[in-house]
Design a protein around this ligand. Structure first.
Ligand code: AMP
Ligand code: ZN
Length: 114
C-alpha cells in the first residue's frame, strides 16, 4: 500500500533498524520504545488489522508466533520473559493500520495494561 508507513519501511523508503527478515515478515525496533526492548514484527503482506486474519492466513499467524520466539532469542529476553501485544482498531489503540506484533521486554510488565 503506497501510503502505509510499514510498507514504506519494508521497501526501505523509510529507514528503520530491521534486524530480522524472512519471506513472510520483518522485525525492527519501535521508534518510540515503551520498554528497553520494543520490537515490531510486521508481515510483508499488507493486512490492515487482526480482524482481517481469516482461514487463509493460518500459516502467516503461525509464522508470526514462531518469529516472536526468534526475536525473543535474538534480544535475549526469553528468560525472564516478555509481553506480546497486538492492538486492533481504535479501541485497541491501533495507530498504524498494517498488522504488527509488539514484543516488549527488558523490564517488568504490569497488569492490567493501560
Ligand atoms: P500501534 O499503536 O499498535 O498501531 O503501534 C504502532 C507503533 O508503530 C507505535 O509503537 C509507534 O511508535 C511505531 N512506529 C511508528 N512509526 C514508526 C517508524 N517509522 N519506525 C518504527 N516504529 C514506528
Ligand atoms: Zn502496509
Amino acid at each position: 500500500m503506497s501510503n502505509c508507513i510499514f510498507c514504506k519501511i519494508m521497501s526501505k523508503e523509510i529507514p528503520s533498524t530491521i534486524f530480522y527478515e524472512d519471506e513472510l515478515c520483518i522485525a525492527f525496533d519501535d521508534i518510540n520504545p515503551q520498554a528497553p526492548v520494543h520490537v515490531l514484527i510486521v508481515p510483508r503482506e499488507h493486512v490492515a488489522t487482526f480482524n482481517d486474519l481469516g482461514e487463509d492466513k493460518k500459516e502467516l499467524i503461525a509464522h508470526l508466533c514462531m518469529v516472536v520466539n526468534k526475536v525473543a532469542e535474538i534480544k535475549k529476553i526469553q528468560d525472564p520473559g516478555y509481553r506480546i501485544v497486538i492492538n486492533c482498531n481504535p479501541a485497541g489503540g491501533q495507530m498504524v493500520y498494517h498488522l504488527h506484533v509488539h514484543v516488549l521486554g527488558g523490564r517488568h510488565m504490569s497488569w492490567p495494561p493501560g
